[in-house]
Design a protein around this ligand. Sequence first.
Ligand code: ADP
Ligand code: MG
Length: 280
Amino acid sequence: MTATPVISINDISYKYDGQKSYALENVSLSVRSGEWLAIVGHNGSGKSTLAKILNGLQFPESGSVVVEGLELTIDTIWDIRRLVGMVFQSPDNQFVGATVQDDVAFGLENNGVPYQLMKTRVLDALDRVQMAEFLNQEPHHLSGGQKQRVAIAGVIALRPKVIILDEATSMLDPLGRDEVLKTVRHLKDEQGLTVISITHDLEEAAKADRMIVMNQGKVYKEGTPHEIFKLEEELIGLGLDIPFPIKMANELSKKGLHMPESYLTDEELVNELWTLHFNK
Ligand code: ADP
Ligand code: MG
């Protein structure tokens, strides 16, 4: 992982027509090339608005967005959409093709990619999300996890730098969620894809390289999962939850056990309990 920002957001604000308050207010942040950035925040905190701006679906009212050195303007919008792909929450509302391969081909066709190259790219993308055997199937027959993986194939066929998952696993069962996250993690490792994941899944956020907490249209905090989840009561005050092992460690320290760290996974907590308290 390098420190080069793939996206810089400089002091952007956005207000929807007819709304009194800003959906985003003076937001600045940068996204590092190759990182997994988790964005958390209560409903209505501006996460999806931020995602739509990064994908060029909406323009900020003020401030600027720069992706790979390109500033988001009306002239660069198609380049930006190719560089920053997006997968949405509902697996059913993002299909445009009659078959899996048509669906993945859609973005390439729009970009004027020649037929033979398009065919290769579609197969390659489906292969990477382990959906190649479904290429002639109708999308509505697939499971939720399979649909989201086809949606990811449609994004990666365009060879983006960044993929944004906007609660893309929230409607899936645990198995589907695992399939999708594993697929994205693999793409990140293999191709250096940068991942921005907007999520309510604490276990997933705990595994991110970095986290951003949004609150009322602003960046409330930025840090590693350890730094963020250490805020505990503060997060709960913002309407967010904290991972189970942290809660458990808090209860144990109230009972007088010395618990020096914050524990993000069950394994970390169990190992610490074992070494500090039971293995004497
Ligand atoms: P999140 O994704 O964090 O739940 P959103 O970005 O969807 O938050 O919403 C931020 C704010 O903008 C909220 O107050 C929401 O009500 C408002 N908002 C979102 N979409 C629209 C819209 N299409 N029209 C008007 N207001 C909207
Ligand atoms: Mg949202």
